[in-house]
Design a protein around this ligand. Structure first.
Ligand code: VGL
Ligand code: ZN
Length: 189
């Protein structure tokens, strides 16, 4: 199985109580950890993405953007949640580090596609936050890059419920396959 897990933006600022909280994000954290263990326990690659903004990022309200300041590189808010299982040897993909550009997708301005191809990955399993922003754009770009993409429905959470439903519909229309833990375990064998 040439599959890899991509865990999107499980950072303090996106967790309940953070600067830009995804409501219910802490509720999916245990399931995210289960997926991490399912992959790392089988020596399959696990990649963690992180929003990694400069202090004056264009997406911040101070610059006319839609968001409060969040995930400023090097700050505690940008760190992975303390309960997130990050195995030794996992790959970290930092994104949206340019002052004047937004990048919701883990494939935008990063070496994610090259890294995955270098690992002979053909199937990408995606979980994390936020369904309606970074998960959505990451999945759509992964499909465009030619990966077979599975959306891990029991381990994603969005900022807005309606927006997240629309995002899931869009990802599935684009070719993403919705999957849950039982479906993954069946595929892993
Ligand atoms: C995200 C809003 C702003 C995300 C990142 O990770 O989905 N959302 N920056
Ligand atoms: Zn951001």
């Amino acid at each position: 199985m040439h599959g890899a897990l991509m865990v999107v933006d499980m950072q303090n600022d996106f967790m309940d109580g953070g600067a830009l909280p995804v409501p219910g994000s802490l509720g999916v954290l245990p399931k995210v950890n289960e997926y991490v263990r399912a992959f790392s326990g089988r020596c399959l690659p696990v990649l963690f993405t992180r929003d990694w903004h400069p202090p004056d990022h264009i997406s911040f309200a101070s610059r006319g953007g839609p968001w409060p300041p969040h995930c400023v590189r090097g700050t505690g808010g940008a760190g992975f949640h303390g309960l997130l299982d990050v195995p030794a040897g996992a790959t970290v993909i930092s994104k949206a580090g340019e002052r004047d550009g937004e990048a919701y997708s883990a494939f935008q301005g990063t070496r994610a596609a090259e890294t995955l191809r270098g690992l002979s990955v053909r199937e990408l399993y995606v979980c994390g936050v936020a369904t309606d922003y970074c998960v959505r754009q990451t999945v759509n770009d992964a499909l465009s890059e030619g990966f077979l993409v599975f959306l891990l429905m029991d381990a994603v959470k969005g900022i807005d419920d309606e927006g997240s439903k629309a995002a899931v519909d869009e990802m599935v229309r684009n070719g993403a396959v919705p999957l849950r833990m039982d479906g993954l375990l069946a595929r892993l064998g």
